[in-house]
Design a protein around this ligand. Structure first.
Ligand code: FES
Length: 153
């Protein structure tokens, strides 16, 4: 292997190590904080901009602490056609946060995602990985109220 080949291989290995480390942290903490990304960069000799660039390239990484109920709302085409925007607007009004935020009490967090592979259930949301099919504004309001009641809030 020539010099350029060796450098390319080292670059690939560093990138693989970076992704693996970020996955381990996300699995342990539920998200990647700025401090953790700086630490990972220092460990691998990479600038924070590079770490952040790689992390944001992959949909699997989250940059905010998830709430007890992490809600992923699909805005893929099938869900959009069946009204996911009105579900999102109602949900945002109900829990008073924007996407990629967590409520101050830590109960809910919201993430808007692309197709989650359940188009037949559109519009669909996932709460902690569990799908809720055929959502509409009334259903999402009821669901949030039920969860709040369940938590005594
Ligand atoms: S578009 Fe929403 S699950 Fe596919």
């Amino acid at each position: 292997m020539n010099q350029a080949g060796v450098q390319l291989r080292q670059h690939d290995l560093k990138r693989d190590a970076l992704i693996s480390l970020l996955q381990v942290i996300q699995e342990r903490e539920g998200f990647l904080s700025r401090e953790q990304m700086i630490e990972v960069g220092e460990t691998l000799g990479l600038p924070i901009s590079k770490v952040y660039g790689v992390a944001t390239f992959y949909n699997q990484f989250r940059f905010f602490a998830p709430g007890k109920y992490h809600i992923q709302l699909c805005r893929g085409t099938a869900c959009h056609v069946k009204g996911s925007l009105s579900v999102l607007e109602t949900l945002q009004r109900a829990i008073k946060i924007e996407p990629n935020q967590t409520t101050p009490d830590g109960l809910f967090s919201l993430e808007v995602v692309a197709c989650i592979g359940a188009c037949g259930l559109a519009p669909v949301i996932s709460i902690n990985g569990e799908f809720h099919a055929g959502m509409n504004p009334e259903k999402i309001e009821k669901l949030i109220a039920t969860l709040r009641k369940q938590e005594g809030k």
